[in-house]
Design a protein around this ligand. Structure first.
Ligand SMILES: [Zn+2]
Length: 162
């Protein structure tokens, strides 16, 4: 098939994909279905929404503190504006902006952000949410990598790497 943008034939392959589109420097999809043309490398995926939600789940379950990009990612994947998310967290939107731009929110706020996201996305089982605290407690490393690994159809397992 030809690309409508550049006119070149698509070349399809499988490989690791640095998921920059997510806005996260540390997100990768392993064994992704890739399409290459003159425009670059693209990702062929059945449901982008499910990948974005899977990534959101990986972020809130991430050991160690959230970084600014991850906080912004959670907010956007929840479909909230900065003002809306700030209101939900009961913080000033300039405070949220500082967090999204790299200032560490501190542990209680870090957990609050994860919980607010989980609640907003309709996580129902409390254990699923409070398991997150356990994981955050276990490891405090920063800049941890998130890798989505295809499991069953349209599902992913998550791997973290420093
Ligand atoms: Zn193209």
């Amino acid at each position: 098939m030809k690309c409508r943008e550049c006119g070149q034939d698509y070349v399809e392959s499988t490989g690791d994909y640095h998921f920059k589109l997510s806005g996260l420097d540390n997100a990768y999809i392993e064994d992704a279905h890739l399409i290459k043309c003159g425009c670059g490398v693209g990702l062929k995926i059945k449901s982008m929404g499910s990948v974005l939600d899977e990534l959101g789940n990986a972020v809130i379950n991430k050991p160690g503190p959230l970084n600014g990009q991850e906080i912004r990612y959670l907010r956007k994947n929840a479909g909230l504006s900065a003002r809306e998310f700030a209101r939900l967290l009961e913080v000033n939107h300039t405070t949220l902006s500082k967090w999204e731009n790299g200032r560490a929110p501190g542990r209680p706020n870090d957990l609050l952000i994860r919980l607010a996201y989980a609640a907003w996305k309709g996580y129902e089982h409390p254990k699923r949410i409070f398991d997150i605290f356990e994981k955050v407690r276990k490891q405090r490393k920063r800049n941890i990598g998130i890798k989505l690994i295809p499991a069953a159809r349209e599902n992913f397992e998550v791997e973290y790497a420093v």
